[in-house]
Design a protein around this ligand. Structure first.
Ligand SMILES: *[C@@H]1O[C@H](CO)[C@@H](O)[C@H](O)[C@H]1NC(C)=O
Ligand SMILES: *[C@@H]1O[C@H](CO)[C@@H](O)[C@H](O)[C@H]1NC(C)=O
Length: 647
């Protein structure tokens, strides 16, 4: 894909870049790559493992009683072009590496979109200003390479790295792991403290995550003036203050073969300093909430407890780097962290706090309500989960043997004004008062409860109200019974006899709106089963000849859901029915005005809808398995919006 540039390169080594004195331009040196770097080489031991999970991940899944045997690791080999594109438009990358003592560190580079981008198949080039004296990842990766000289290596070799590319404006992120295969540090004229790093990263594994519900930030490039405040323990007061105000940090870990970099987020103060003194050492703790239940970081920490953190201050460009040893706290006492079932304690071994060290700044944007479990994420903290309203179940209609439509009455809590939520948005409900009976070490009746905060998000399937007054409004959700405790409660509770009132902690989503707005692009919505729900709330979008096309995979047993489609939409829908289904039921559904075909959705059913002239926007909402297949088919498409409800 990116190899078209191979032909012309020979003398590019002498091109100098910007104000850098480095005799290298990482974006124009494909000769490094063309003969080697087969992206499938060194394609890891992952495939040999149980469904792609390594021993540490399996151990943590077992400890937390998360069923893994049936679930495949969603990580992809290499760097699919769709991920490469998402990385290219992300202004920041958190990068993890191991120092010469095997300790992980994390740094954050970039500042402008495009600073990292593909330079060959499976290879990302990056160029960033760095704090050349203090940056621990730079030191780990280029130690012993004199400034201006180039480290390079042959295929299958290189220094292990992991990265998280993150766009805090769109909340998009892609996880990457592989090797640094080329690296150099150039000087910047007029400064001794800054350098310009260039690297080529051979990506062996990647995982694109759905939009995150982080606090949004607008990132701008910034030329820092680093000032080392402390490189010893305990932490200086300024660093403790930074921790107490941080609403996110980045962390890296290793399973002794590959590395992993990710982030954690929450309300400011979600990381706590437990001790910070000569005598007690420096210990921190942060909560791990039920997110995607992949537990890639915890899996690594099980194999190797070392961790490296970077905690940025987006306002001042100051940063706290630390590396330490972790222990997992299952159901910690509330004196350590209240309302937490799972937390990570870090005993800090080494730390650096530097003022004005990062090459970017960030302005706070839209705050996030709780980050829902429908997406891969953990940015939730108890402080942010205060109820803003209550939702009382007022009716329940069975649509199929496992799917029901539930109507709630929403009433704002005193002092809270609820704005109308977005079309195709979701509501986040806190079931903990109904379901959380405290900690039970081995609860075989409900084995998954061990790490469950009982907070769930559901797509709202009724159109949003024009306003939510003090007296409240109704809304509907359309959900499938999963066998878990939350849908068990919703589907079984005798609400006519005993009212069921659930605290509402937030609203979010809305990414799957099909409305075209200004865009002339053709829109195709592909849904699996209850993945159709974001579409059910979108009424106005189909009036006036809107030409969205809908491909919907549905089990025969769920055909009753077809009647929930708005009439104006039915002509645009093609249903692919799987499993047993009676002919008269098919006829009945056809009578509602949808097209129906028996069998699974095939590649051409989706790609056949492509309109090259107008451009395409693809909207996908399905379980993990179907999403992975769809994303494979749509590789190369640049406008794909995804929501998974697999978790
Ligand atoms: C290069 O140096 C000039 C003059 O010192 C400065 O104005 C400019 O911002 C620098 N460019 C970059 C990319 O650092
Ligand atoms: C991984 O490496 C660490 C540090 O070298 C070591 O303590 C640990 O035992 C290793 N784990 C395994 C499973 O090899």
């Amino acid at each position: 894909m990116f190899l078209f540039i191979i032909a012309t390169f020979i003398s590019l080594f002498s091109i100098s870049l910007g104000n850098s004195s480095a005799q290298l331009n990482i974006f124009e040196i494909p000769f490094f790559y063309h003969q080697h770097f087969n992206p499938l080489i060194a394609m890891t031991t992952l495939q040999e493992l149980h469904n792609g999970w390594h021993a540490g991940e399996q151990a943590v899944h077992k400890l937390l009683r998360v069923p893994t045997s049936s679930r495949e690791n969603p990580t992809s080999s290499g760097l699919p072009p769709s991920y490469a594109r998402r990385v290219t438009i992300s202004p920041l990358v958190a990068l993890g590496a191991l120092d010469d003592q095997g300790r992980p560190w994390t740094a954050i580079w970039g500042g402008e979109r495009g600073f990292i981008r593909p330079v060959a198949q499976g290879v990302l080039g990056l160029q960033s200003i760095v704090d050349k004296t203090n940056d621990p990842v730079l030191k780990s990766l280029l130690d012993g390479i004199p400034d201006g000289e180039v480290y390079q290596t042959a295929d299958g070799q290189g220094k292990p790295i992991s990265a998280l590319s993150i766009d805090l404006e769109s909340r998009d992120r892609v996880k990457l792991a592989g090797k640094m295969v080329v690296g150099t540090l150039g000087a910047r004229p007029g400064t001794d403290s800054l350098g310009e790093v260039q690297m080529a990263l051979h990506i062996q594994e990647s995982l694109g995550n759905c939009p995150k519900y982080l606090n949004k930030k607008t990132i701008r490039a910034h030329i820092p003036s680093p000032e080392l405040v402390s490189n010893t323990l305990p932490l200086p007061e300024e660093a403790v203050k930074l921790i107490s105000q941080a609403d996110m940090f980045f962390l890296s870990s290793t399973n002794n073969q590959t590395m992993d970099t990710n982030h954690r987020g929450g309300a400011p103060g979600f990381v706590r300093v437990l001790t910070n003194s000569e005598s007690d050492g420096v210990t921190l703790v942060y909560p791990e909430y039920s997110g995607n239940r992949l537990y890639q970081t915890l899996g690594n920490l099980h194999v190797n407890p070392l961790i490296g953190l970077a905690i940025p201050d987006y306002e001042t460009s100051s940063v706290l780097y630390l590396t330490g040893t972790t222990s997992l706290l299952v159901n910690p006492p509330s004196s350590i962290l209240p309302h937490t079932k799972l937390a990570v304690k870090i005993t800090v071994n080494s730390a650096l706090y530097i003022r004005d060290s990062l090459p970017f700044r960030g302005e706070p944007g839209e705050l996030s309500p709780y980050n829902p479990p429908i997406c891969t994420s953990t940015s939730y903290s108890p402080e942010s989960a205060t109820a803003i309203a209550s939702a009382t179940l007022i009716s329940r209609t069975l649509l199929s043997s496992t799917i029901s439509k539930l109507t709630f009455f929403l009433k704002p809590e005193r002092g809270h004004i609820i704005e109308p939520w977005k079309t195709a948005g979701h509501v986040t409900l806190d079931f903990s008062t109904e379901l959380d009976n405290g900690y039970v070490h081995m609860n075989d009746d409900d084995p998954q409860s061990l790490n469950d905060d009982y907070i769930r998000s559901f797509t709202i399937s009724s159109p949003p109200p024009t306003e939510v007054g003090k007296n409240g409004v109704q809304f509907e959700i359309t959900a499938r019974k999963t066998g878990g405790p939350v849908t068990g409660l919703l589907f079984r509770h005798d609400y006519k006899r005993v009212p069921l009132e659930i605290p509402v902690v937030g609203f979010g989503g809305g990414e799957l709106r099909v409305s075209s707005g200004e865009s002339k692009k053709k829109r195709v919505f592909v849904a699996g089963g209850v993945g159709i729900t974001p579409l059910l709330s979108q009424v106005e979008d189909f009036e006036g000849g809107n030409d969205v096309e809908v491909v919907w995979s549905l089990r025969g047993d769920d055909l009753g859901l077809v009647g929930e489609l708005k009439e104006g939409l039915r002509g645009n829908v093609k249903v692919f029915v799987t499993g047993d289904v009676k002919d008269e039921e098919l006829e009945k559904a056809r009578g509602l005005g949808v097209r129906i075909e028996k069998g699974r959705v095939k590649r051409e059913d989706v790609l056949g809808l492509k309109d090259e002239d107008r451009g395409m926007r693809w909207l996908l909402c399905a379980g993990e398995g179907m999403l992975k297949v769809l994303q494979g088919w749509l590789e190369g498409e640049d406008d794909v919006v995804v929501e998974s409800f697999g978790y």
